[in-house]
Design a protein around this ligand. Structure first.
Ligand SMILES: Cc1cc2nc3c(=O)[nH]c(=O)nc-3n(C[C@H](O)[C@H](O)[C@H](O)COP(=O)(O)O)c2cc1C
Length: 243
């Protein structure tokens, strides 16, 4: 067992996942950044999304929406986003995902994540082109055959973002039962204008993020990268008495 209790013997094929416990499904999930080309059947994506749709939402308003792309549509979007990335600075996301001003402990954790990923890939701090190319992988869905974009209506409030986060995590966990892995991608929201146009996303909707989904490439070095988690006492207080 590692520090965060993540099993190193995470099953990797659909057959092995029969009987996967909820605990293993959650602890064994990691962001996967290299995929096999094997297509994911649409009915399986549908099954996962309908399962995730059982996520709770305040007064059951189910504010989430999902746009699924595969095949030629996925390929065209990836090509267009990569072409845009190669020729101009990345556009701004339509919302602040991160704090405007970074501070500890978050900046330290963020750096550990970034340098950990680059370190796994042998990308050094002065290798700007290596970093650029790794980031570019976002816009190819890390090679995943299917991408999902999540939106909510712009007039929905913070609570609906909370609900949608629960929905997205449910997608990621439900996928694991079928040998599928995922990577949530806020980067994809950078190209919200392009996506709006190509996917006919109505003006009233806001792109939140995307998700790569597919069968993990077992030989890809990038997929050996594991993130740490803080121990329980850092983020939990069992309260013994009222103040
Ligand atoms: C909403 C959201 C957006 C994310 N956006 C990206 C992204 O654009 N690109 C990327 O490589 N990883 C992205 N990640 C993955 C995080 O870096 C990852 O979840 C975190 O480092 C913890 O690692 P783990 O998912 O392997 O446990 C995102 C995660 C979340 C929850």
């Amino acid at each position: 067992m590692k520090r965060d209790g993540q099993s190193s013997a995470t099953p990797s094929t659909p057959e092995e996942r029969v009987g996967l416990t909820v605990e293993d499904a959650i602890r064994g999930r990691q962001s996967i950044r290299a995929y096999l080309k094997t297509p994911v059947p649409r009915d399986l994506i549908g099954r996962i999304l309908i399962t995730a749709g059982r996520a709770p939402s305040g007064t059951n308003i189910q504010p989430w929406k999902a746009y699924v792309v595969d095949g030629a549509v996925r390929d065209q979007l990836a090509a267009e986003m990569c072409a845009a990335y190669d020729t101009a600075p990345e556009p701004e996301r339509p919302y602040n995902y991160y704090p405007v001003k970074w501070r500890d402990p978050y900046i330290t954790r963020r750096r550990a994540c970034g340098w950990g990923l680059y370190g796994t890939l042998g990308i050094t701090r002065d290798d700007k082109e290596g970093m650029r190319l790794q980031r570019r992988q976002n816009y190819e869905f890390f090679g995943a055959p299917t991408g999902i974009f999540f939106t909510i209506d712009k007039d929905m409030e913070v609570g609906s973002w909370l609900d949608t986060g629960m929905f997205i995590q449910s997608v990621m966990i439900a996928a694991r039962q079928f040998g599928l892995e995922t990577c949530p991608q806020a980067a994809l929201a950078n190209y919200h204008e392009l996506l709006r146009k190509r996917l006919s996303i109505p003006d009233v909707e806001q792109v939140i993020c995307g998700l790569a989904i597919g069968y993990p490439d077992p030989d890809a070095k990038v997929n050996t990268f594991r993130t740490e988690r803080e121990p329980l006492d850092v983020f939990v207080k069992f309260v013994d008495r009222v103040a």
